[in-house]
Design a protein around this ligand. Structure first.
Ligand code: GDP
Length: 444
């Protein structure tokens, strides 16, 4: 899988990682090669553009960590952006509804829809201990209903008894009724495919959707069809609305274009991937693992992560020492906010500074999110060094100037200063309470 791309990227980054110093030209040249490699792998142009721009911006704004060379840093940035392009998180199937939970399977003929329906049934049965009912709504292909029944039989999953002459919407209603009466947890509705998208197909699928109100509408696409798969997904999403994508034949997909473009172009997550013809050849789609496989640079990525961790720890230690001395100023608050951001949220930050439970609560109440952090950072950056060191001098006219500089209201500035004062007060109290060095626990 993705062999072609892995080889190309491997060559580009092997050269980069061996270099001691990198100029902006070196990075630009490498990114030009990455761009070509992605296009040759059949990745959609908008996705390629967003990717390369994102990496470039990040590369310019990132300081190289101690103990890491610039090439390694760039590889880490590329890796992180690949993960993002692939969707960042694992998206599991949503089964949150009163059973029987309807799952609608959509896709063109030959995409692997029927096989995938059976694979999902097996997965839910074995992993989630769900009672699953398979129903084929394909009345066009004479053997389709029979195919699903046999697959069910082979895998020990129940399938809806076939009644000749019934229409798709009727079959779907019956499947849900049987699901209710016989206590099934999940009903998988395998719709009919077509060779290409046509209006009749869409109308039929929409009627089934409206009759069953599926919790998941999964589009099955063949990864080996490249950008056609992305076009099909865009179409289905616009006309029917999909909740996720299952990409089949990833096992034979050397290029990877569809997998890499899908999320960016359609905005929908790839939830599962088919890795073979057997009914157990279905895996969750892990963006980080896939990115790791594509890039083939796992050692560099973990090296950079370790370096970042140790530096964060040093910073946290420095801050903790300062707090013990009782001198917490706005400069410290800024560095703390930056750490929070770097660590991707409060959880990580507080792990580094044990004993800060109360502040954690406070910050949680203050509803910290990215935008608020952006604004707060802008406010502190609009202050002079002196103001940051001695917040007491922040009178009304200084606050007005800072608000203007940061593009916020004076009330925003006041709120930040109040928050600073609260934190500072809390730290003093903690210091009095915990002379034994509350903050030092776990930091050594
Ligand atoms: P449908 O017309 O969309 O229902 O397609 P089918 O489920 O009948 O699948 C068509 C063919 O693709 C069958 O031969 C399947 O065994 C094969 N197939 C399905 N998924 C995968 C996969 O993930 N990998 C591989 N290699 N073959 C698959």
């Amino acid at each position: 899988m993705f062999d072609g791309l892995t080889g190309r990227l491997g060559d580009i980054f092997d050269r980069l990682r061996k270099r001691g110093a990198l100029s902006e030209d070196d990075v630009n040249a490498a990114l030009r090669e990455v761009r070509i490699a992605l296009l040759e792998a059949d990745v959609a142009l908008p996705a390629v553009k967003a990717f390369v721009t994102g990496v470039k911006e990040k590369a310019v704004g990132t300081e190289v960590l101690r103990g890491i060379n610039p090439g390694q840093m760039v590889i880490k940035i590329v890796h992180d952006h690949l993960v993002e392009l692939l969707g960042s998180q694992v998206e599991d199937l949503n089964l949150e509804a009163v059973p029987p939970v309807p799952i609608l399977m959509l896709g063109l003929q030959g995409s692997g829809k029927t096989t995938t329906s059976a694979k999902i049934a097996v997965r839910l049965k074995n992993r989630d201990k769900k009672k699953v009912l398979l129903a084929s709504l394909d009345t066009r292909r004479p053997a389709a209903q029979e195919q699903l029944r046999i697959l069910g039989q082979q895998t020990g999953v129940a399938s809806l008894p076939i009644i000749a002459g019934q229409q798709p919407v009727e079959i779907a209603r019956r499947a849900m009724e049987v699901g209710r009466l016989e206590g099934f947890d999940v009903v998988i509705l395998d719709t009919a495919g077509r060779l290409a998208i046509d209006e009749e197909l869409m109308a039929e699928v929409v009627a089934i959707r409206d009759a069953t109100k599926p919790v998941e509408s999964l589009l099955v696409v063949d990864a080996m069809t490249g950008q056609d798969a992305v076009t099909v997904a865009t179409n289905f999403n616009e006309k029917v609305g999909i909740t996720g994508i299952v990409m089949t034949r990833i096992d034979g997909d050397a290029r990877g274009g569809a997998a890499l473009s899908m999320r960016h172009v359609t905005g929908k997550p790839i939830k599962l991937m088919g890795m073979g013809e057997k009914t157990d050849a279905l895996e969750p789609f892990h963006p980080d693992r896939i990115a790791g496989r594509i890039l083939g640079m796992g050692d560099v990525v973990s090296l950079v992560e370790k370096a970042a961790e140790s530096i964060d720890k040093e910073e946290a230690e420095k801050l903790a020492k300062k707090l013990e001395k009782g001198g917490f100023d706005l400069e410290d608050m800024l560095s703390q906010m930056r750490q929070i951001r770097k660590l991707g949220g409060m959880g990580g930050m507080m792990n580094l500074l044990p004993g800060m439970g109360k502040i954690k609560e406070q910050l949680k109440n203050a509803n910290i999110d990215e935008k608020i952090l952006d604004r707060q950072e802008a406010i502190i950056l609009s202050m002079t060094k002196k103001e940051r060191k001695k917040p007491d001098i922040l009178n009304a006219s200084r606050r007005r100037r800072i608000a203007m500089g940061a593009g916020v209201t004076v009330a925003d500035v006041n709120r930040l200063i109040k928050q600073y004062q609260d934190m500072s007060e809390m730290m003093k109290k903690m210091k009095k309470m915990g002379q034994k060095g509350l903050l030092r626990q776990g930091l050594g």
